[in-house]
Design a protein. Sequence first.
Length: 135
Amino acid sequence: MNRTIYLFITFGLIILLGTFVMYGIESQVPNSKIKTLLDALWWCVATVTTVGYGDIVPISNIGRMVALFYMFFGISMIAILLSVITNTFYKRRFEKEERENREQEVIYLKNELMKRLSEIEEKQAKCIDLINHLK
């Protein structure tokens, strides 16, 4: 679960970086709707989460290149996050099955050992009876 927390922190920092970058690029462009840091944050989160409302869009060419990066980053982020989550669930399930298999194997070996020990005790008792009978 540690990896998931690190991913969220990393993704959050990258989103904040994108917010500041987009604000720095687009806030000075005329007719841009990104005039405040909150506008830039709204744009970055909408873009990264692949919602893309279209209410706030970059106008400058550099802003559009940054937008392309964040579009692909958002798709990658979701794919990585889902991969880590499903891997975590799979790993827990696999470890649980392995633990159950080991417990069943221990029980089987214990029963097998007890059966063999009782066979040895029976043979030992027969040997002692035979030795006593021969004396």
